[in-house]
Design a protein around this ligand. Structure first.
Ligand SMILES: Cc1cc2nc3c(=O)[nH]c(=O)nc-3n(C[C@H](O)[C@H](O)[C@H](O)COP(=O)(O)O)c2cc1C
Length: 207
């Protein structure tokens, strides 16, 4: 008998560290989504959070295509997903495709930070979603060429991820043993001393 959604959600939370934002600790990426729509007001809030992300030259290079279930936009995004992701992402009520302009609008030169800024905006979106009790799951597993074609995305734009958005569902609803075991597996992270450095290969002393 797999764990319930509530049990899994508790298991997935990062251990509390005093002062760290609750949304950071609570966000994780489920593959099972409940059969519950996301309100337009909440959708507005997650994109409002993305809107206020910092970006190089304040270019705000990101564009988000948002598809709610049963819309043509949703179908077009879903159709670009690789088979593994199609196996679970169809339970999400919202699918979002992120793209970013690789040219600066003020002078047309290359913006080498476009994808970086899109990633940052996507993170703001996921954290705002977590703060609203929503869940997100980002995906690299989609056909970029097909997505570009489906949305007439110009060559100057780079594609980021597809983001499934909705409410966490019951793990058992995944109906697939491998996915259920991934859904209920504890989350793992490297310790700080592996990536917070004072010199190459030297952990910083940050207390
Ligand atoms: C850019 C990016 C691409 C990802 N691509 C996929 C994907 O195609 N399919 C999938 O099931 N999960 C995908 N993931 C989810 C990651 O596996 C997941 O975020 C990671 O294991 C950490 O788990 P957490 O988000 O629950 O902390 C992706 C995540 C990111 C940020």
């Amino acid at each position: 008998m797999p764990l319930s959604a509530i049990e899994v959600n508790n298991l997935k939370k990062a251990p509390a560290v005093d002062g760290v934002l609750p949304a950071v600790l609570n966000r994780w990426s489920p593959r099972s989504f409940a059969d519950r729509e996301v309100s337009p007001a909440d959708l507005h809030k997650v994109f409002e959070a993305a809107r206020w992300t910092a970006s190089a030259y304040n270019e705000q290079p990101w564009r988000f295509f948002v598809g709610v279930r049963n819309s043509l936009t949703y179908k077009k995004i879903f159709d670009t997903l690789i088979g593994f992701n199609q196996g679970w992402a169809g339970s999400a009520p919202v699918l979002i495709l992120g793209a970013a302009n690789t040219k600066f609008s003020h002078n047309g030169t290359d913006n080498g930070y476009a994808l970086y800024d899109l990633g940052a905006a996507s993170s703001y979106l996921t954290l705002q979603a977590a703060a609203l009790g929503l869940t997100t799951h980002q995906m690299a597993g989609f056909d970029h060429d097909a997505a570009r074609q489906a949305f007439d995305i110009p060559a100057d734009f780079v594609l980021g991820s597809v983001i499934a958005l909705g409410y966490q569902g019951e793990p058992a609803a995944l109906g697939h043993e491998q996915m259920i075991s991934m859904e209920i597996a504890p989350r793992e992270r490297k310790p700080l001393n592996q990536f917070v450095l004072s010199a190459w290969d030297t952990p910083a002393s940050i207390g």
